[in-house]
Design a protein around this ligand. Structure first.
Ligand code: NDP
Length: 251
């Protein structure tokens, strides 16, 4: 846990970094933090107005000009991911990082009541979409001298918990895919792949999962950014196939 990490100002200078689910919550905070530390950020998400607001915030703060990439993991096909890779190749020629952050909670309910449509939807957004997007973007990652791929996990992706249904299973799959990809790319030495569990964080998703909770007791997305910066930046080089936490474990 690198919650006390102090990122140097130009940590991500000259890096091109893709953030999924960049319009809200943790993804929004990460896009802003990466841009503040010098990165050219590609803002991917499904609600364009939210992405535009983040774009404007980055510009107003004097960050490198970001790019908006509208994409909904629910309807996207393999072709969309390969078209996306082609566009990014034309615009930037390489990719130095991906923060796989977009996520869907589904519903917290007994498995007996879970239905296959919702299950599919959650798996599509949380793991299947990100997997095929990663495949399409691999050549661009290989063009980078030092690339970091971060998959967002959850405590329920490390230990199963009652009623968390497809969300929990999708996060277990995320950990598994992270490990196999890290192992496959290890010999390259230039791409690291790790997972990061943000821990309880004050966002819309957390509010939906825990409606009765006093949200003021939770860390904000901004407060957990040190680990997000460390794992995206050059100082985490050499860490591959590991599981990280953005907050200290609860006492
Ligand atoms: P939010 O719900 O606040 O944000 C999720 C983001 O993902 C939104 O920007 C959303 O877009 C985007 N998204 C959702 N569905 C799609 C889709 N089909 N296609 C493209 N983008 C999509 O969640 P958080 O910020 O809380 O969560 C971020 C990540 O952290 C998730 O992976 C989550 O599982 C994980 N996490 C969060 C925890 C927490 O306490 N907050 C704890 C553990 C893990 P839009 O704005 O358009 O809805």
């Amino acid at each position: 846990c690198k919650i006390d990490y102090q990122a140097p100002e130009g940590l991500l200078a000259d890096r091109v970094i893709l953030v999924t689910g960049a319009g809200d919550g943790i993804g929004r905070a990460a896009a802003l933090a990466y841009a503040r530390h010098g990165a050219t950020v590609i803002l991917l998400g499904r609600t364009i107005a939210k992405l535009e607001a983040v774009y404007d915030e980055i510009e107003a703060a004097g960050g490198a000009q970001p790019a908006i990439f509208p994409l909904n993991f629910e309807g996207a096909t393999l072709k969309d991911y390969y078209d996306m890779a082609e566009t990014l190749d034309r615009e930037f020629g390489r990719l130095d990082g991906i923060l796989h952050n977009a996520g869907l909670l589904g519903r917290i309910m007994p498995f007996e009541q879970y239905n296959p449509e919702l299950w599919e939807q959650v798996m599509q957004v949380n793991i299947n979409g990100p997997i095929w997007m990663t495949q399409a973007l691999l050549p661009l990652l290989k063009s980078s001298p030092d690339a970091s791929v971060i998959f967002t996990s959850s405590s329920v992706g490390r230990r199963g918990r009652a009623y968390w249904g497809a969300y929990s299973v999708s996060k277990f799959a995320t950990e598994g895919f992270m490990e196999l990809l890290a192992d496959e790319l290890e010999h390259l030495g230039s791409i690291r792949v790790n997972s990061l569990n943000p821990g309880a964080t004050r966002t819309a998703m957390r509010k939906t999962a825990y409606p009765g909770e006093n949200e003021m007791t939770l860390r904000t997305p901004e407060e957990i950014m040190p680990t997000y910066l460390w794992l995206m930046g050059p100082e985490s080089r050499g860490h591959n196939g590991e599981r990280f936490d953005a907050q200290p474990p609860k006492a």
